[in-house]
Design a protein around this ligand. Structure first.
Ligand code: FES
Length: 153
């Protein structure tokens, strides 16, 4: 009986510090991963969208892999980032706005904040026309919210 207690004590004295350090490492790694999206620079890119006729007013085209959603209405076409301004999670389109699955921020249809903790509205990107006539989202060029590229001017 005495030997069992001694061996348990030995076991914990040997492995508890290693378990503590391991748990600390996992916690630290998680914390670092949690903050990385806002620390890393965004890749520079221009995303081709296709021809203007592909964007009749109304529907939403989700360019999800690129973290942007493209909308068109009677005033033109516009692109809103799906990267949450809090810590960089990808927001989800609800049909009436955006929600962030990470910490619950909510944005309206224009990307303005309805509920935090996001500190600012979603970013709008410039839509440009390429020499070929195709439309493209300029992910390096944010514009004032509400800026739309007329489709049928
Ligand atoms: S990352 Fe969106 S609310 Fe925190």
């Amino acid at each position: 009986m005495e030997d069992k207690r001694q061996s348990r004590r030995d076991f914990f004295s040997k492995y508890a510090p290693a378990a503590f350090v391991g748990a600390l490492g996992i916690w630290g790694g998680s914390l670092l991963r949690f903050t990385l999206p806002t620390l890393l620079p965004q890749a520079t890119q221009r995303i081709k969208l296709g021809m203007p006729d592909d964007y009749p007013p109304g529907p939403v085209k989700n360019v999800d892999d690129e973290r942007v959603m493209v909308f068109s209405d009677a005033e033109g076409i516009y692109a809103i980032s799906t990267t949450c301004t809090h810590l960089g999670c990808v927001v989800t389109w609800t049909g009436r706005g955006f929600t962030c699955p990470c910490h619950g921020s909510r944005f309206d249809m224009k990307g303005d904040i309805e509920a935090g903790p996001a500190p600012s509205a979603l970013v709008w990107y410039r839509i440009t026309r390429l020499p070929s006539g195709q439309l493209a989202v300029d992910m390096d060029d944010s514009v004032k919210p509400g800026t739309k590229e007329p489709l049928y001017a």
